[in-house]
Design a protein around this ligand. Structure first.
Ligand SMILES: *[C@@H]1O[C@H](CO)[C@@H](O)[C@H](O)[C@H]1NC(C)=O
Ligand SMILES: *[C@@H]1O[C@H](CO)[C@@H](O)[C@H](O)[C@H]1NC(C)=O
Ligand SMILES: *[C@@H]1O[C@H](CO)[C@@H](O)[C@H](O)[C@H]1NC(C)=O
Ligand SMILES: *[C@@H]1O[C@H](CO)[C@@H](O)[C@H](O)[C@H]1NC(C)=O
Ligand SMILES: *[C@@H]1O[C@H](CO)[C@@H](O)[C@H](O)[C@H]1NC(C)=O
Ligand SMILES: *[C@@H]1O[C@H](CO)[C@@H](O)[C@H](O)[C@H]1NC(C)=O
Ligand SMILES: *[C@@H]1O[C@H](CO)[C@@H](O)[C@H](O)[C@H]1NC(C)=O
Length: 482
C-alpha cells in the first residue's frame, strides 16, 4: 500500500473512530439492515460517515472503470492437472531448500520445500488467482453496496459482469472446488491441500452482494436465471466442501481451518435453503473442535502455538464470532455466544484473554472484527473493549488491504484492489494461514460425523431455491464480522 494510501486510510479511520465509538454510525453498517437504515436515515445527511461514502464511491468507480474482468483462466500458469478453470495457489509458508541437491535445473521442481511457519515465500505472486479472486470479491462488494445505496444501474451491471465472468461464463468460470489450493512445490507430486480451502473464505461475501443487487435490472430479481446460476455454483461448491477428500480434511481439522470451514459451508447451506444442514454443521463443530479451541484462561492453544500467536488467535475469533452471529439468525441454531468449551470458556473468555494481553506488537488489526462483535453482544461494562478499539483505529495498516475484508469499517474501504503483480508486494495475507495441525486436541474424542444427516440432497435445495424468506437478512446480517 502506498504511503499516501496509508495516510488516507489512517485519516479516515481517525474520522470514523469518533463515529463508531460513539453511537452515531450503526456498527452494522455493512449488514443489509444496517445499510437499509443508513440509506433511509442518513444518506442525505451522512454526517461523519461522509468520508466513508466518499471512499466507497472512489472504490466503486475504480471497479466500474476496470475494463478487465477477473478470471482464473487469465493465469499464465494452470494448475498441475492442466485445467485452467481450476483455482490455483501455492503453499505460502513453504520454501525451496536446495542445499545438497545435485543438478538443479529448476528449483521449483528439484528442491524440496520446507515449511517455515509465518514466513511467506517471495514468489507467490507468480500465480494470479489468489489476488484476482480477492480483487473480484472486493470490487463486487464495492459495486453492490454502491448500487444498493444509490440505485445506479451501471454499478449493478458491472458487478454482475464480474460475477458472470468469474463464476458462470463457461469460457472463463472457476470450477466450484479448490482441488489445487496451497500446493506444496518440490520434487513430489503437486497436489492441493486442505489448507487451500481457507483461500476462499471471503467468498462468504458473494451471497451478500448478490442479495444487494437483487432488484437491479442486471440481476432481475430473486427468480432470475442469474440468481439461480449463482446459487447453483454455491450449492455445488458446498457439496464439494462437504463430500470431497479435501473438504472432509478441513472439516476434521482442529484449528482455524475447521472454524473457517464451518463459516463457509454454513453460509452456503443457509443461502441455498439448507438451514437444517447449517444447524447440524454448527452443532457438530460446537460439540467437537470448539470444545478444545479455548482453554480456561481464554487462550486458544491451537493458535497461540503458531509463530504469530496473537494474529492467529484473533483470526480464529473472527470465524468464531461469525458463527455466533450466523447462529443468531438461523432459527434453531445453538447460541454460540454462550457456548462453553470443555474447560468452561466461551468466546468472551477468549476475547478478554487477548484484550488483557495488551496491545500486540504486530498484526493487531484482525482483532478489530471479533472485538466489535464481542462488544456488541456482551457489552463493555469496564470500557476495556472500547479502549482497545480506539488503539486499533489509530494504527498504521501494514502491508496490503486485505484486512479491510475483516473489518467492520469495510464500507470505508470495500472495493480496494490489492496491488497487481510487480508492485513488490510483500504481504500475502490473502493466501495465508497455512498449516497448524489437524488432530483434535484429544483424538479419542473424535466424533464420527453423522454424514447421513448432512448428505446433500439435490432436490431440497432446488425446492428451496426460491424460498428466500429472511435468508438474505441472515446472510447480510453478518457481513461486517467477516
Ligand atoms: C443516522 O440517522 C439516525 C436517525 O436519524 C441518527 O440517530 C444517527 O445519528 C445518524 N447517524 C449519522 C452517522 O449521522
Ligand atoms: C481476464 O479474462 C477476461 C475474460 O476472458 C478478459 O476479459 C480480461 O481481459 C482478462 N484480463 C487480463 C488482465 O488479461
Ligand atoms: C536445508 O536442507 C539441509 C539438508 O537437508 C538441512 O541441513 C538444512 O537445515 C535445511 N535448511 C533450512 C533452512 O531448513
Ligand atoms: C427488492 O424488492 C423487494 C420488493 O419490493 C423488497 O421487498 C426487497 O427488500 C428488495 N431487496 C433489496 C435487497 O433491496
Ligand atoms: C442435481 O440433480 C441434477 C439432475 O438430477 C444433476 O444434473 C445435477 O448434477 C445435480 N447437482 C448436484 C450438485 O448434485
Ligand atoms: C520492485 O523492486 C525492485 C528492486 O527493489 C525494483 O527494481 C523494481 O522497480 C520494483 N518494482 C516496482 C513495480 O516497484
Ligand atoms: C486415547 O486412547 C488411547 C487408546 O485407546 C489411550 O491409550 C489413551 O490413553 C487415550 N487418551 C486419552 C486422553 O484418553
Amino acid at each position: 500500500m502506498s504511503r499516501l494510501m496509508r495516510i488516507f486510510i489512517i485519516h479516515i479511520l481517525s474520522w470514523m473512530s469518533s463515529c463508531l465509538l460513539g453511537d452515531g454510525l450503526p456498527f452494522d453498517l455493512l449488514s443489509i439492515s444496517g445499510l437499509r437504515h443508513f440509506k433511509a436515515n442518513n444518506l442525505t445527511n451522512p454526517g461523519c460517515a461522509q468520508a466513508a461514502l466518499d471512499d466507497l464511491k472512489k472504490k466503486a468507480s475504480i471497479a466500474l472503470n476496470n475494463q478487465q474482468p477477473y478470471s482464473v483462466t487469465n493465469s499464465s500458469r494452470s494448475p498441475p492437472n492442466g485445467n485452467e478453470h481450476g483455482y490455483y495457489s501455492w503453499a505460502p509458508y513453504f520454501h525451496a531448500n536446495c542445499s545438497g541437491v545435485p543438478h538443479i535445473k529448476d528449483p521449483m521442481t528439484d528442491c524440496p520445500y520446507q515449511r517455515i511457519d509465518g514466513k511467506y515465500a517471495t514468489d507467490l505472486r507468480l500465480l494470479t488467482d489468489p489476488r484476482d479472486s480477492g480483487s473480484m470479491v472486493n470490487d463486487v462488494l464495492a459495486l453492490s453496496i454502491y448500487y444498493y445505496l444509490y440505485e445506479d444501474e451501471k454499478y449493478a451491471t458491472k458487478a454482475v459482469q464480474l460475477l458472470n465472468v468469474w463464476f458462470l461464463d463457461p469460457d472463463t468460470a472457476m470450477r466450484p472446488n479448490i482441488e489445487f489450493g496451497q500446493v506444496v512445490r518440490g520434487p513430489g507430486e503437486w497436489v492441493g491441500r486442505v489448507e487451500g480451502i481457507l483461500d476462499m473464505r471471503y467468498y462468504v461475501y458473494i451471497p451478500a452482494a448478490v442479495e444487494l443487487l437483487t432488484n437491479s435490472t442486471a440481476v432481475g430479481g430473486s427468480n432470475s436465471q442469474f440468481t439461480k446460476e449463482m446459487k447453483t455454483w454455491f450449492f455445488q461448491y458446498g457439496n464439494w466442501l462437504l463430500t470431497s477428500k479435501l473438504g472432509t480434511g478441513a472439516r476434521n481439522a482442529a484449528n482455524n481451518h475447521a472454524t473457517f470451514y464451518v463459516v463457509q459451508l454454513a453460509t452456503y447451506f443457509a443461502w441455498t435453503g439448507q438451514e437444517k444442514k447449517a444447524i447440524i454443521l454448527i452443532q457438530e463443530f460446537r460439540d467437537r473442535q470448539f470444545q478444545y479451541q479455548i482453554i480456561k484462561s481464554g487462550e486458544q492453544p491451537l493458535e497461540s502455538g503458531r509463530t504469530r500467536s496473537f494474529h492467529y488467535q484473533a483470526f480464529n475469533l473472527i470465524a468464531l464470532t461469525y458463527i455466533a452471529r450466523l447462529s443468531e439468525k438461523i432459527n434453531g441454531a445453538p447460541n454460540f455466544w454462550e457456548q462453553k468449551t470443555k474447560q468452561g470458556a466461551t468466546i468472551k473468555t477468549a476475547v478478554d484473554y487477548l484484550v488483557d494481553q495488551g496491545f500486540p506488537k504486530d498484526d493487531p488489526i484482525y482483532f478489530m472484527v471479533p472485538l466489535y462483535s464481542a462488544k456488541q453482544h456482551y457489552g463493555d461494562s469496564t470500557g476495556k473493549y472500547n479502549k482497545f478499539l480506539s488503539k486499533l483505529l489509530q494504527i498504521d495498516i501494514p502491508g496490503d488491504e486485505w484486512w479491510l475484508f475483516w473489518n467492520p469499517l469495510a464500507l470505508n474501504d470495500a472495493g480496494s484492489m490489492p496491488p497487481k503483480v510487480g508492485t513488490n508486494r510483500t504481504d500475502d495475507d490473502d493466501i495465508e494461514e497455512d498449516g497448524g495441525g489437524y488432530t483434535p486436541a484429544d483424538t479419542n474424542e473424535t466424533v464420527k460425523w453423522s454424514s447421513g444427516a448432512l448428505s446433500i440432497t439435490n432436490s431440497s435445495v432446488l425446492c428451496n431455491y426460491f424460498v428466500w424468506g429472511s435468508l438474505w437478512i441472515l446472510i447480510l446480517g453478518f457481513i461486517p464480522r467477516l
